[in-house]
Design a protein around this ligand. Structure first.
Ligand code: EPU
Length: 349
């Protein structure tokens, strides 16, 4: 059958910001059998002097297309979900990289498997989840990560990565670093359990459960509570374009945190290893950006960390607003914000 190739492909429906960009060429990967062909066409493309590595697209939910991308785009569309190991309590689930994340969460819950409940309703695909070590409400992907399979698009060589190999950090992994840019994740294995070990410490979850009069929550109750909180705070990308949090919460040295807190005592801070995580949303709100709008680029009215496309913003409009926010926060707090989404088609933010 072969891969689906599209030249001059419209990208508006393939990124949750809804940026109206076009790709020079887009390849859709529906089958592992097509990998050899994909390697060949990409090497051929590079041989013609086109830029590489390719941009790998999952749900397009952690992406800002600042300008028409010149590199080829590979749309990951591999599907498949299965249980690969089951000792009666611990269960290893394997999901293909093109599966959507939230339906996977719901499928595992329907199988009586706990572990992913706090990660409910995160947009995007399974293959993208380890790239930035997705996290929410006190849990990160690494907490239930078993291993993944990936293919080096440069050489065609496939290998597995353990959690150690992935070098997970806060919204970070080995795959985000330049020397690893050719790895295409093909499937991810997760270690789940029939015995729930619920993580309810993120205050809003308990409040949400008690609001619903739930005293002995199941993993599904937690997933439902998390989903309700997210729906309330975060804009639905099918209604208003966005890529979730646009900036990471900065990790700073304890001495710096102490100095900033002396001037800004209300700045929310959390210990994180030997550093301190500070709230980017709070700093952005304090600088007056919450709900602000410049043309169609804006800051969400209910969450200052989320940049939104009110309709026809270009990627460069969103990027310009992000830069304005970043310099305002740096001037007031002396802290440099780092973008969370991948920014393509422009110099790095
Ligand atoms: N806050 C404000 N103003 C706002 C929003 C929040 O001051 O407009 C302050 C509040 O004090 C609040 C604190 O920021 O207590 C934290 O807010 P929230 O719980 O919404 O979490 P966050 O730190 O802003 C992070 C993740 C989210 C994840 C939530 C919940 C990052 C970059 N973002 O946001 O992840 O859903 O925690 O765990 O770490 C994403 O990565 O795209 C994402 C949505």
């Amino acid at each position: 059958m072969g891969m689906v190739r599209q030249a001059d492909a419209p990208l508006r429906g393939l990124n949750t910001f809804g940026i109206d960009a076009r790709a020079r060429v887009l390849w859709r990967l529906d089958s592992l059998d097509d990998l050899a062909q994909l390697g060949e066409v990409l090497r051929d493309d590079a041989g013609k002097g086109h830029p590489r590595p390719p941009l790998i697209l999952g749900g397009g939910s952690n992406l800002l297309i600042a300008d028409d991308p010149q590199q080829p785009i590979v749309q990951m569309a591999l599907r498949g979900l299965r249980i690969v190991e089951d000792d009666g309590d611990t269960v290893i689930v394997e999901a293909a990289a093109g599966e959507a994340w939230d339906p996977l969460v719901r499928w595992t819950l329907s199988q009586g498997l706990a572990g992913l409940e706090n990660l409910a309703l995160i947009p995007g695909t399974v293959g993208a989840a380890p790239i930035q070590n997705i996290g929410a409400y006190g849990v990160e992907l690494r907490d239930c990560f078993e291993s993944l399979d990936a293919v080096d698009l440069g050489s065609g060589i496939a290998r597995s990565f353990t959690a150690d190999d992935c070098a997970f950090g806060y919204r970070d992994s080995v795959f985000k670093h330049v020397d690893a840019a050719q790895w295409l994740v093909t499937s991810v294995r997760l270690r789940l359990s029939r015995t729930a070990d619920l993580k309810l410490d993120y205050g809003e979850i308990r409040a949400e459960l008690s609001e619903a009069h739930i005293v002995a929550p199941t993993p599904t109750d937690v997933a439902d509570a998390v989903s309700r909180i997210r729906r309330r705070k975060l804009p639905d990308p099918t209604v208003i374009g966005n890529a979730g949090s646009f900036f990471k919460n900065p990790l700073i040295e304890p001495e710096q945190a102490q100095a900033v807190r002396a001037r800004e005592p209300e700045l929310p801070c959390w210990p994180s290893g030997d550093r301190v995580k500070v709230s980017a949303a709070w700093m952005i709100e304090r600088c007056g950006f919450k709900g602000m709008r410049i043309g169609d680029a804006g800051v969400h009215a209910r969450h200052a960390l989320v940049l939104v496309n009110h309709g026809h913003a270009r990627g460069s409009d969103i990027l310009a607003l992000a830069m304005q926010i970043r310099s305002a926060v740096e001037i007031r707090f002396g802290i440099l914000l780092e973008a969370e989404p991948v920014v393509v088609g422009a110099a790095r933010l």
